[in-house]
Every structure is written in C-alpha cells, then in structure tokens.
Design a protein around this ligand. Structure first.
Ligand SMILES: Cc1ncc(COP(=O)(O)O)c(C=O)c1O
Length: 440
C-alpha cells in the first residue's frame, strides 16, 4: 500500500477530490489510508493494486461500465486494431455508420444517431435538441443525468430539488441564475407527482427526461401515461439508458415495458469501458444538431464506435442480459442467506444486475463502512451494491459468499454489543448517491 498512499497524498494536494468522478473518491468507500485507490492492471473482475496486491471487484465494476469484465480479450483486439489503423484522422471512421445501423435495428421507431463520449454530455445534447425542436425551454426530469448546467440548475430555486435524484444539498455554484425554474424534478413512478407536476408543466416543457429503470421498473401504465403526456404536449420523451442499458437485454430496459421514447441515450457500458455514447432518436429532432451547434473533435475518433459495435454483437451472441440477470440473482441470494444465518435483518433493492442491500442495524453508515473494511482485509473490493459482471463466475461467487458470511457474522456480533463504530480503523465513509440508494 506504500506506493498507493504516497500517490494519494500527492493527488490530494494537486487534484481536488483526488478523482474526476465523485464515485471513485476513496472516501466513498473507506476514508483513511486503507483503500487501495490506484491500480496497475485489471482483468475480468480482478484488479491489481499499485503494490501488486490482487483484489476481486464486487462493487459496480468500473462504475458500471464493463459488464463483459475488465480488459476483455475480444474488445481488446478491436480496440488495438482501431489504434493501429489510426484512431483519429482527417477522415471519418466507417464504424460510425455500421454502429448507427446496428442501433437503428435495435430501435425501429428511430431514424437518426449522433455520438458523444460521456453520459452527461450526451444528455446535454438530447436536452439541447429537444429545446431546439420544440422551441420551449423548460425540462421535466426524474433521476440523475450528469453534471451539466441544465440539470444542476434545478437547485437554484431550492437546494433540496436534487436531494432524491442525486445528492442532498448540492450548491448550483457557477450555474447562471437565469436558468432558475427551467429544470423541474418529479418523483419516480409516483402518480401524484405525475398528475400534479408533470401534467401541470408539460405544455411549457421541451422534454420529459426519465431513467426507464432506476432501482426498479416503473409500472407499465405509468410509463405509458408519461408517453401520452409527452405526445399530447409536444414534449420530447428522452429515456436515459446510461446505467440501465445492456443490463437485462441487448438494448434498453425500456424495451421490456414496450414504451418507445423520442430519444434514447446510451453511455457507460455501450463499449465495455471504452469511452462511447450514443443519442438515438427521431430524425426530425436529431437532425437539428445541424442547425444548433453540436460538434466535438473527439466524438469522431475510431476506438469508441469500433468497440461499441463489437460489444453489441458479442452481447447479443452470448445472451449477456440473461446471464447478468442470473448472476445478479445469485448475488442477492448470497446477501439474503448470509443475513439469515446471522440473524440480521436485510433489505434488498434493485433489479438483479444492479442490486444493493442494507442491513437494518442501529448505525448503517458505520455498518457499511465496517463491511467494506473487513471485505478489503479478504482482498475483496465491496460496497452496499454490486453490479453483476460476466466474470462473477461460480468460483469467485463462492469466495464472495464465504467472505460475506464471515463479515456478516462479525457485524451481528458487534451489533449485539453495540460496538461496530469502535471497530472501524478510520472515519465513516461518505454516503453515496441518493438516486442509487433511496437511503440515508
Ligand atoms: C442514468 C445516468 N445518466 C447520466 C450519467 C452521467 O454519465 P457520465 O458520468 O458518463 O457523464 C450517469 C452516470 O452515472 C447515469 O447513471
């Protein structure tokens, strides 16, 4: 750990927050100097720390970007080939077109595609296009959709607006005050909000932005109603599949409920960890990217589309969605049984491939910090959520099961004595996204 600690200390001085992503800050797992923080290499669900120590990853595995596993051989071949044949030139990558055809095959209702490289910027593109298309400025939204001004502006009128969608009390510092009341949040699958907020504002809104599956699917009727409201009020219905896409099927979670949006957005795992994002939608909306200025140099490089194309083909061929669902179910079973064996009350949330748990103890933040601390001692990177990965095979699942049982046993013992907090080697972890947990 010496090298990692040294680097972490250096980073603290020159990189605010240490990481560019909130979810990769060591304090989100284990504050102090125990969390490995940096890696040298990764394969499957194994990560090697800077000092060569090997860890099994039972967290979100690359923040949910790599369902085929780290450094997948097939994806590597495609990526290396794209680099060797020139990944950035004056001309365009042919994979752009092949990938667009593939995405439109998945979404026959859509007719145009644009690309970006990250989730947040893709959502910004979708919102800009909706505003350009409808000539309206306000946006209704539910869920997390990135760091950009259009989204954070929700907190100008009150710092509480994003509390249940992202994090409590976010300060919209640096976001122009003129954007006040242009982004209006509504609650997930909540009929009262649908009637009071969505119906009320829809006529003034350019878009209704929605994660079609967060912890759970909404009711089919609810999604159908959202579709109806969008159509009746000339709002663009945008489904954000950045996290939910490619988990249970080769495509988007919304396809399970058979409700089509006007735009669907993909990011994260669409290229198994290679930066790539796609905005897929109706031509009359997407083509406005020519009228309003939407353009970026690195949205034209080759590795992203080449890998996305290979990812989609492999995902379909091996029926990855079905496998991930089965693995996620297995992970949930491990938590439930380990809790039962140790007389602990447990709550399980999430669809199988995006599962999480909470032990009902007197001090949950201390309990989950202790869990992460003790799992790390067994060389397992753990948290209260685990995104199923194709490399979570029976061998590593057995190791995870044994480790969970042992740590839950310790938790049960300490809970009875009321001394979990005093067994922590460092401070309590920072708690995560409200949208992911709906928990305090
Ligand atoms: C649903 C959803 N939308 C948008 C984003 C933002 O994506 P990115 O971090 O690539 O900008 C995320 C990231 O977690 C997400 O889960």
């Amino acid at each position: 750990m010496k090298n990692s600690i040294k680097l972490h200390n250096k980073a603290k001085k020159i990189i605010p927050g240490v990481s560019q992503l909130l979810g990769k800050r060591p304090d989100m797992y284990l504050p102090g100097d125990k969390w490995p923080t940096y890696y040298s290499k990764a394969k499957g669900v194994t990560i090697w720390g800077l000092d060569g120590k090997k860890y099994l990853d039972f967290t979100m595995v690359g923040i949910g970007t790599s369902v085929l596993g780290y450094s997948d051989n097939d994806m590597n071949k495609i990526a290396i080939n794209a680099i060797k044949s020139g990944s950035m030139t004056t001309l365009n990558a042919p994979e752009d077109v092949k990938l667009a055809e593939e995405l439109l095959k998945i979404h026959p209702w859509a007719s145009s595609v644009k690309y970006a490289r990250t989730g947040g910027e893709s959502m910004s593109i979708a919102v800009r296009l909706s505003r350009a298309y409808t000539r309206k400025e306000k946006v209704l939204f539910c869920g997390y959709h990135g760091w950009h001004d259009w989204y954070l502006s929700a907190n100008i009128s009150s710092k509480k607006k994003l509390d249940t969608h992202l994090l409590p009390g976010l300060e919209p510092l640096g976001v122009p005050k003129n954007l006040k009341n242009t982004a209006i949040p509504f609650k997930f699958n909540d009929w009262e909000d649908l009637n009071k907020v969505v119906k009320k504002h829809a006529k003034d809104c350019a878009a209704i932005v929605f994660e079609p599956c967060r912890e759970y699917f909404p009711e089919k009727k609810y999604l159908q109603e959202l579709r109806k409201i969008a159509t009746q009020n000339n709002c663009v219905l945008i489904f954000d599949e950045i996290t939910s896409g490619w988990r249970i099927n080769t495509g988007g979670a919304h396809q399970i409920l058979r409700v089509n949006p006007d735009i669907v957005v993909y990011g994260k795992t669409i290229a198994n960890g290679i930066p790539m994002a796609a905005i897929v939608g109706r031509k009359e909306i997407i083509s406005l990217s020519l009228k309003t200025f939407i353009s970026s140099a690195f949205w034209t490089e080759r590795v992203g589309p080449a890998c996305a194309l290979a990812f989609i083909k492999k995902h379909r061929k091996i029926n990855a969605g079905k496998k991930l669902d089965k693995i996620g179910k297995e992970i949930k079973k491990i938590w439930i049984n380990a809790a039962k064996k140790n007389n602990l009350k447990i709550e399980i949330q999430g669809i199988n491939p995006l599962a999480s748990f909470k032990l009902i103890t007197k001090d949950w933040p201390a309990t989950i910090t202790y869990f992460i601390q003790e799992m790390l001692k067994k060389n397992i990177l753990a948290s209260d959520r685990c995104y199923a990965n194709l490399n979570h095979n029976s061998k590593v699942l057995r190791l995870y099961k044994k480790a969970c049982e042992e740590v839950f046993k310790k938790i049960s013992h300490l809970e009875n004595k009321g001394t979990i907090k005093s067994h922590l080697d460092g401070p309590i972890k920072q708690m995560g996204f409200a949208r992911l947990t709906n928990r305090k």
